[in-house]
Write a new protein. Structure first.
Length: 350
């Protein structure tokens, strides 16, 4: 390890802050693309009062002035989405809207005699549920089999109107790409925020060390007597992870932890708790030959036999009780490290 530990932690903190800045910058660009796409789509909005719906492109923004109240013909399964028909200038259109939106359209027509519908078109053939529903309706209306899309096209055209949809402009493809990438940017931002929060937690703990102790940590990490096991440096005096260093004599409890999301294994961690109430976790996965977490705990036990190993509810309860005592000692101005440094936690945790 050529660089000093304190230099590396400082560089990592800077990198994590840069992660947040970059993620926010990318997010601003994405939202800029969304805003520009919506603005251009509105400017390019096609007036169906003067043009045919078949002249549209998929997802194009449109507007339509109607004086007739929409006729509700069906509701989308397991949703509040309503399908209606609108007749304008002897042309029949399919309108998709929410129940409250449809109620508002009807109310506005009753008050003012007309309503300008703004939305975007979408291909009927792409919406399988709507397509099959319209085929059934055609059969009911005509009393004969109408299983051809040609019949639908003759009556409604190729598209239906999605009410209040912003639609897409000529740069709509950029908006779609940005939308797909946005979730990864959000994850990147969340990662950066979590890392910065950990940086602050670890940084606060590291402030307890004097300049002499920091130099000692650097010297041991850079020295030849250290061991490097699964992202962890074991020096003669300290347990050192990527952002924190703890003396072996200050460790009271260690155990392995598997992190799962929706029952899916995400990572394996080594959790370390100290006699001054500080707990942190180091990601440390198994290798083919050995489990580095087990090896690290064995090495730490050699340095400090008073460390309790393994997790169970009883140990968790005992450490919670210990943390209350630690907080009490701190309120009284006492140092919990001096109180508990030589305590046998194997016996204490039972």
């Amino acid at each position: 390890m050529k660089k000093k530990f304190c230099e590396i932690t400082r560089e990592k903190r800077i990198k994590h802050k840069i992660c947040i800045i970059v993620a926010i910058a990318i997010m601003c660009i994405f939202f800029g693309v969304f805003f520009l796409d919506a603005k251009l789509a509105d400017e390019e909005r096609l007036n169906l009062d003067k043009n045919s719906i078949n002249d549209c492109k998929n997802y194009q923004a449109v507007k339509l002035t109607t004086t007739s109240v929409p006729n509700e013909i069906g509701v989308k399964e397991k949703s509040s989405t309503v399908y209606s028909t609108i007749e304008v200038n002897k042309k029949l259109y399919i309108l998709e809207s929410e129940e409250d939106e449809l109620a508002n359209i009807k109310e506005e027509i009753q008050k003012h005699g007309k309503y300008v519908i703004k939305g975007a078109v979408s291909e009927i053939s792409e919406e399988k549920e709507l397509y099959e529903f319209l085929l059934r309706k055609l059969y009911e209306w005509n009393g004969k089999d109408s299983d051809s899309f040609i019949r639908l096209r003759d009556i409604f055209g190729e598209y239906y109107i999605v009410n209040e949809s912003t639609g897409e402009s000529k740069i709509g493809f950029l908006s779609r790409i940005a939308f797909k990438l946005l979730k990864y940017d959000v994850l990147f931002l969340v990662y950066g925020v979590l890392r910065v929060m950990l940086d602050r937690k670890y940084g606060k703990y590291m402030k307890r060390y004097t300049e002499y102790e920091r130099e000692k940590i650097d010297a041991e990490v850079c020295g030849g007597k250290k061991e490097y096991i699964g992202k962890i440096y074991l020096t003669p005096t300290y347990f050192v992870s990527d952002l924190v260093a703890v003396p072996y004599e200050d460790i009271c409890w260690m155990y392995c932890k598997t992190v799962k999301v929706n029952f899916i294994k995400v990572s394996e961690q080594l959790v370390v708790s100290t006699i001054d109430g500080f707990t942190f976790a180091v990601t440390c996965s198994k290798n083919r030959d050995y489990d580095p977490k087990i090896l690290v705990m064995r090495k730490c036990l050699e340095k400090n036999p008073n460390i309790a190993i393994g997790y169970d509810r009883h140990k968790k309860a005992r450490y919670s009780k210990l943390k209350k005592e630690i907080r009490r000692l701190k309120r009284e101005g006492k140092d919990p490290i001096k109180e508990y440094r030589n305590k046998d936690f194997v016996v204490y945790f039972g």
